[in-house]
Design a protein. Structure first.
Lengths: 114, 115
C-alpha cells in the first residue's frame, strides 16, 4: 500500500472554476510535504513545501494546507486556467541518514476545459 | 540557465543492450538522484549521490549503476536492458540532501522502451 494516497485520481473542471485535490499520508516520521505540478512529457516542478509546523502556504493561485495531526493535505486551485491541466503530485519527505527521502503519491490528473 | 538537463529524451533498446542516460546540472548542487516513473505508481528512487565520488542505492537499484566523478554529472547506466526497465526516468538535483526545505529540480525525463 502506497504511503502517500491522492484523490481523486482524475478530475475535469471548467475554466475559471476552483478545485481541491487531496493527499493522505502514513509516512513517518514526517519532515515536510511538497506539492509538485507535472505537465505531460515534462519533469515535476515544485509548487509548495510545508514543514509540520506550517498549516498553509500559497503560490499564486495555488494554496496548500496541511494537518499534521490527521496526516492530510490539500491543494486548492483558484480560478483555474487551461494551463493548469497537469498531474499534481503530493510528496512527503523524511530526513534519513542518507539525506532527504521523498515518497511520491501517484498524482491527480487535472484537466481544465473551456 | 539550463537547470537539469537529461539526454536522450527518447530511447528504444533491445533486450540485453546497454546504455547510459546522461544527467547534468549547472546549479552547483551537491545532491543528485535518479527516479523512474511507471503508470499507476509514484516516482521511485533508483540511486542517489550526496556529492562527487559518493553514491548510494535507493529503493529500486537492481539493473542500474551510477557514478559521480564531477559535481555536475550523474549518469545512469543500464548494464543489460530488460523489458521491466521500460519506464520514464527522471534525474533530480538539489543544493543539499540534508536540508529539509531544499528545493528539488527535475530534468525533463528520458522515455525508455525496451523491446
Amino acid at each position: 500500500k502506497n504511503q502517500v494516497e491522492q484523490s481523486p485520481q482524475s478530475l475535469i473542471i471548467l475554466e475559471g472554476k476552483n478545485c481541491t485535490l487531496q493527499c493522505n499520508y502514513t509516512v513517518s516520521p514526517f519532515s515536510n510535504l511538497r506539492w509538485y505540478k507535472q505537465d505531460t512529457g515534462r519533469g515535476p516542478v515544485s509548487l509548495t513545501i510545508m514543514t509540520f509546523s506550517e498549516n498553509t502556504k500559497s503560490n499564486g493561485r495555488y494554496t496548500a494546507t496541511l494537518d499534521a495531526d490527521t496526516k492530510q493535505s490539500s491543494l486548492h486551485i483558484t480560478a483555474s486556467q487551461l494551463s493548469d491541466s497537469a498531474s499534481y503530485i503530493c510528496v512527503v519527505t523524511i530526513l534519513t541518514g542518507g539525506g532527504n527521502k521523498l515518497t511520491f503519491g501517484t498524482g491527480t490528473q487535472l484537466k481544465v476545459e473551456l | 540557465n539550463a537547470g537539469v538537463t537529461q539526454t536522450p529524451k527518447f530511447q528504444v533498446l533491445k533486450t540485453g543492450q546497454s546504455m547510459t542516460l546522461q544527467c547534468a546540472q549547472d546549479m552547483n548542487h551537491e545532491y543528485m538522484s535518479w527516479y523512474r516513473q511507471d503508470p499507476g505508481m509514484g516516482l521511485r528512487l533508483i540511486h542517489y549521490s550526496v556529492g562527487a565520488g559518493i553514491t548510494d542505492q535507493g529503493e529500486v537499484p537492481n539493473g542500474y549503476n551510477v557514478s559521480r566523478s564531477t559535481t555536475e554529472d550523474f549518469p545512469l547506466r543500464l548494464l543489460s536492458a530488460a523489458p521491466s526497465q521500460t519506464s520514464v526516468y527522471f534525474c533530480a538535483s538539489s543544493y543539499s540532501g540534508q536540508s529539509l526545505n531544499t528545493e528539488a529540480f527535475f530534468g525533463q525525463g528520458t522515455r525508455l522502451t525496451v523491446v
